[in-house]
Ligand binder design. Structure first.
Ligand code: ZN
Length: 463
């Protein structure tokens, strides 16, 4: 449907009214309103709220969560002793291995187990981890997303597009919930695990015909898509903003995407297990969503100074059923001093090192983003993995196998890989004791030695 002039305005007003109706009275809407207001508070007021929420969470963790109660008792601490960030740093760091090992003790005794939502993540270093969310956390998580979408130009009720991974084997009730949310927020998903030159051409035509306010995407597929459009001289896709996430965003990638789509690229830092931690504002400040998260940057056991790289530790302030305090997400960032020109009081940070992914170039003009593998593997028992594409038609999957990973599961995973790589790629699975980091010290879980080449196979473009 192509709308022009006044028609478009009436349509937009109707959509906005419909959106308000759908969202009315929902916890996420209430929370989104609060977050819209608090972003403009002074930084000291934001930090005071953040600390107050942290104290409340600590009190709860001490009373209700066996893992934290024991951690505090062992250190001779009660919540009342934790008065400053330095006191808080006396609590142990929570690693992925510890989460997987102490699942039962991390649940709050008063958690409503019927309502918790199991969330697995492929992790940023090829180490899968499973956490549990609850409805209050989900409302907070979604509300902060809506706020950040607003920064990128999204208006309530308007469409947005996700160039994103598909879900494997989700339960029907979760699919339904997701559909309702997608409908309410008017999101269209363009699966990036099924990227061929033909599907990219279809996505391009759709984006031109039904322009969304915002496109949300993994960095590598978005960059790949931009290069495809440029190569094919397809122009005229003009969203208001593009949000890139889940990987490091390099300057050359940002420049290409901005040139092709004619809008600003907004960097976002977050993950499935915690939600959106930080997001770029229109002025380019990388703001921490500080009402929802307490973020530490630790270097050699002490807080990193502004501008100094440190290990990122995250505390989710709204997650009570399965509290995550000082979660070591295995990314590197630094705190940044000062205030942003936009006037928001939310503190600033910088990413130093995050996930770096390659995209696999496959026979027949197919492409598969590196995110496919953590997405596929996250529910299976493996301590670590790495995928290496040596040639166009050969992949090696290395796994540090966990004791609960069965032969049937390996067969299932192999079959799924075949399905998504087009069937003609040979896949070797190797079980290894450990997987070393790259020479730079950074772990990469998808490495391809076959660069994308849009002239290798020409399929009918359709536009
Ligand atoms: Zn700002």
């Amino acid at each position: 449907m192509v709308l022009v002039g006044a028609n478009r305005e009436i349509h937009a007003a109707a959509i906005a009214a419909g959106y308000r109706l759908i969202m009315r009275g929902k916890p996420v809407a209430r929370r989104a309103d609060e977050l819209d207001a608090s972003q403009w508070w002074s930084q000291s007021r934001v930090l005071a709220l953040q600390w107050e929420k942290l104290e409340r969470l600590l009190e709860h963790a001490y009373r209700q969560v066996p893992y934290y109660r024991q951690a505090m008792l062992e250190r001779d601490l009660t919540p009342a002793d934790i008065r400053t960030p330095a006191d808080f740093a006396k609590l142990p760091i929570l690693t992925k291995a510890l989460i997987n090992e102490h699942q039962a003790d991390l649940f709050a005794a008063n958690a409503d187990r019927a309502k918790v939502i199991r969330t697995a993540s492929g992790g940023s270093t090829g180490v899968p981890v499973t956490v549990y969310h609850d409805p209050a956390f989900v409302a907070a998580y979604q509300a902060v997303k809506l706020r950040n979408f607003g920064w990128a130009g999204w208006r309530p009720g308007r469409a947005w597009v996700r160039l994103w991974g598909s879900q494997f084997d989700v339960k029907p009730h979760q699919v339904l919930k997701q559909r309702v949310w997608d409908k309410a927020t008017r999101v269209r998903v363009m699966p990036c695990f099924d990227m061929t030159e033909a599907t990219m051409a279809v996505y391009a035509a759709d984006l031109m015909q039904n322009p969304p306010d915002v496109i949300e995407a993994y960095v590598t597929p978005m960059y790949h898509f931009a290069r495809f459009l440029e190569e094919r001289r397809i122009t005229g896709i003009r969203p208001r903003g593009i949000i890139c996430s889940a990987e490091m965003l390099f300057d050359h990638q940002r420049a290409t995407i901005q040139r092709v789509f004619g809008c600003k690229v907004y960097n976002r830092y977050g993950g499935r297990e915690m939600g959106d931690i930080a997001h770029e504002c229109p002025e380019g400040g990388f703001h921490i969503n500080a009402e929802n998260y307490f973020v530490e940057f630790v270097r050699d056991g002490r807080p990193a100074a502004p501008g100094e790289p440190g290990d990122i530790l995250l505390t989710a302030l709204d997650l009570y059923s399965f509290p995550l305090l000082r979660y070591r997400v295995e990314d590197v960032g630094s705190p940044a001093d000062g205030l942003c020109a936009c006037g928001r009081g939310l503190p600033l940070m910088r990413m130093v090192e995050g996930r770096v992914q390659d995209i696999l170039t496959l026979p027949g003009g197919r492409y598969l983003p590196g995110e496919f593998f953590p997405h596929l593997f996250k529910d299976f028992d493996m301590a670590q993995f790495q995928v290496v594409q040596e040639t166009l038609d050969h992949l090696t999957v290395r796994m540090v196998r966990g004791p609960r990973l069965t032969g049937d599961q390996i067969a299932y995973l192999t079959q799924r890989i075949h399905e998504y790589t087009g069937g003609t790629v040979t896949v070797d699975i190797e079980f290894v004791e450990s997987i070393p980091a790259t020479a730079s010290g950074k772990f990469r879980y998808t490495i391809s030695h076959v660069p994308p080449d849009f002239s290798r196979t020409r399929e009918p473009a359709g536009v």
